[in-house]
Design a protein around this ligand. Structure first.
Ligand code: NAP
Length: 353
């Protein structure tokens, strides 16, 4: 019996389905790295509430937590419930600020139910038309794109910005905020359909397919004045194309390196560290990594107010890649890492009651 059959068979029971880490991936994750557990719905204590998951966010960082390589956060342990941001509904509450029926953004993970003490839980507006946007353009990924570009990218009108994964929730935010700030925006995405959407809907000036054999030449032709800001989402071949085009004093917010997350060894070819260090020195580059809530948590209310207005006015657009059912989470996760998503990946786990 497949993993999906197992999950589907149990989904109507009054129990808590949980998807747990069964083993650590070597390379790309597979279904064998996950296991289904079904247990009792947990009981909140006198200072907790019970949450029922409505939407589960799937994000590239989850691949890092499945590994035990040293990183900025502790790894999941084998047997832990997969972690993840969620939109959830309050089912029972012993916390003053949260009432039964409230919709919240929580970190409930890949499961139907969780208990929370309310810390770090954000209440959503009850009238919000699309609560799942709290996991994308109005949540962690949108916030990441906004802060990385504006704070580390230090954009100035007329400069050239390049960002890959341009139709995902981070890249789409970076490009659209870049347009608002008067930058020339060059998106990079996987395939003609994504590139057309990036230009026609998101307003990028140009979008290039990183799978093209002559990607580096196309990028050079699209950046006649060089690159002032490279918002780093992917690394790999895109970064190789960007490096020779960087201008003096260019800024590189290092947000993610998704092309490397499944890598098991260093890329082929000669060591390019010396070339990179030479460029940092001669071009006086600013290269800064950041982890969004660690660095910028205090700015979230300001971001949310600004982005909500832009979304409402249509200045910023968003696209979701929504899949139905908790059982689909592992496959949707593999697809997202592989570029088969088109927009922010969200799993619809249950209906709002
Ligand atoms: N630092 C932080 O605090 C923070 C917070 C959130 C996210 N991030 C990072 O931001 C980046 C984007 O996240 P997201 O949620 O917006 O992801 P996403 O765009 O929804 O999904 C990842 C995308 O990466 C692209 N990709 C995969 N392999 C690639 C390759 N070899 N070369 C080029 N592109 C490749 C694919 O898009 P295409 O098909 O278009 O290539 C894929 O759709 C990730 O690196 C993530 O880890 C960092």
């Amino acid at each position: 019996m497949s993993f999906n059959d197992d999950v589907n068979k149990q989904q109507n029971q009054q129990q808590n389905r949980q998807i747990k880490l069964a083993s650590r991936p070597h390379g790309a994750p597979t279904a064998d790295n996950f296991e289904l557990a079904t247990g009792e719905i947990p009981k909140p204590n006198q200072s907790e509430m019970l949450l029922r998951t409505i939407y589960l966010s799937l994000d590239p960082y989850m691949r890092g937590r499945m590994s035990d390589a040293a990183s900025y956060a502790d790894p999941l342990q084998i047997g832990d419930v997969m972690l993840g941001g969620t939109v959830a509904q309050v089912v029972e509450s012993n916390i003053d600020n949260f009432a039964v029926g409230d919709l919240v953004v929580s970190n409930s993970g890949w499961q139907d139910y969780s208990v929370s003490d309310g810390i770090g839980v954000l209440k959503l507006d009850k009238n919000m038309a699309n609560p799942s946007y709290g996991l994308g353009v109005l949540g962690m990924p949108g916030f990441t794109g906004y802060m990385g570009l504006t704070d580390i990218g230090k954009p100035k009108k007329g400069e050239t910005l390049v960002v890959a994964a341009a139709t995902g929730p981070v890249g789409a935010t970076v490009g659209q905020v870049g347009n608002k700030l008067g930058l020339r925006t060059i998106g990079v995405a996987g395939g003609a359909e994504k590139c057309a959407y990036a230009v026609e809907e998101l307003g990028f000036d140009v979008c290039l397919d990183h799978k093209a054999d002559d990607f580096a030449e196309q990028l050079a032709a699209a950046c006649p004045d060089g690159i002032d800001i490279y918002y780093e989402n992917v690394g790999g071949k895109v970064f190789d194309g960007v490096l020779p085009l960087l201008n003096a004093h260019a800024r590189i917010p290092v947000c993610g390196l998704v092309s490397q997350y499944n890598a098991t060894e260093l890329p082929d070819g000669k060591d390019r560290l010396g070339v990179l260090m030479g460029n940092i020195l001669s071009k006086r580059l600013t290269i800064k990594g950041f982890i969004i809530f660690e660095e910028y948590g205090d700015h979230f209310p300001e971001f949310l107010a600004t982005m909500s207005k832009w979304l409402e006015s249509g200045d910023v657009k968003t696209k979701e890649h929504q899949v139905d059912g908790l059982a689909q989470a592992p496959q949707a996760f593999f697809d997202m890492l592989d570029g088969k998503n088109f927009g922010k990946t969200v799993v619809k786990v249950a209906d709002v009651k």
